[in-house]
Design a protein around this ligand. Structure first.
Ligand code: GLN
Length: 267
């Protein structure tokens, strides 16, 4: 199958922000788009990139990072580049941002050691690491998507109630301001282990503590990103052809079973 439609994936700081296999999110979007016949380009957005490079992408993916790397990234993501990120996300460019990335796209992140890192303030959330002696939030994570539009669109795509399966590993605790949560924690700790929220959803940007990486375990989210990006770029509804996701679905059921979760009507 061939197609003239092209999808450009912007990958934030691949060398600094790719803990716990988060590059798998990039690979998943790339492959699932290629399998449907779309041309895909992956553009690293890093110290050598310009604001114009950021403007040129259709989907943005940002992975996790350690506190030290987050400082380096934020020293670079200033001025015109910071503005370009804000413009893209505020105007609905779809994206998936894991763990360290949303901490930087929020208002600020206070690391375990050292000074507060000012974030881009795109997501109305703040994150604070309570200190090196505090227990990290580590383990499997299952989340019911409650973000209203995303939940509805995922349910339309899958015909079922959308649950996300992932794995979290973070010291920072996130508190949401006016932004909608991505979901409700069914298993695990999520944003802060206290208020039951996980992640955030703003315009078409998904913030989450779910590594996994997230998309291979939840391929319908990758398809939602692809579909949303193509619709915005080409200004027409684009139906994605179905793929054989039986292995991913078996993996999800095995995890639900292992965690003793019986989730009716879920994929
Ligand atoms: N440094 C951040 C924290 O520990 C993010 C970690 C990560 O991205 N996995 O909260």
């Amino acid at each position: 199958m061939s197609s003239t439609l092209e999808l450009v994936i912007g990958w934030l700081y691949p060398r600094l922000m790719s803990t716990y296999g988060d590059r798998g999110n990039v690979i998943t979007i790339e492959r699932r788009a290629q399998w449907r016949g779309y041309n895909v380009r992956v553009v690293p957005l890093d110290q050598s990139s310009t604001a114009a490079d950021i403007h040129s992408v259709d989907i943005i993916v940002g992975g996790g990072a350690q506190d030290r790397q987050q400082e380096i990234v934020m020293r670079d993501l200033q001025g015109a580049k910071a503005e370009a990120m804000g413009d893209k996300i505020n105007n609905g460019t779809p994206g998936v941002f894991t763990c360290g990335s949303p901490q930087l796209l929020g208002k600020y992140y206070e690391p375990a050691l050292g000074k507060r890192i000012e974030g881009l303030g795109i997501f109305d959330l703040v994150s604070v690491h309570p200190g090196e002696n505090t227990q990290r939030c580590i383990g499997n994570l299952v989340v019911e998507v409650t973000a209203s539009r995303l939940g509805r669109e995922l349910a339309e795509m899958t015909g079922t109630k959308p649950y996300l399966v992932g794995f979290e590993n973070h010291g920072g605790r996130t508190r949401l301001g006016e932004v909608e949560a991505l979901g409700r924690v069914v298993y695990g700790l999520g944003n802060n282990g206290e208020d039951g929220t996980e992640g955030a959803f703003y315009q078409n940007a998904i913030a989450t503590y779910s590594h996994g990486p997230l998309l291979p375990k939840n391929p319908f989210v990758a398809d939602w990103l692809i579909q949303t990006a193509l619709r915005l770029k080409y200004q027409q509804a684009i139906a994605l052809s179905p793929l054989d996701d039986s292995l991913a679905l078996q993996g999800r059921s095995a995890m639900f079973k292992r965690l003793n979760l019986s989730l009716p009507h879920s994929v």
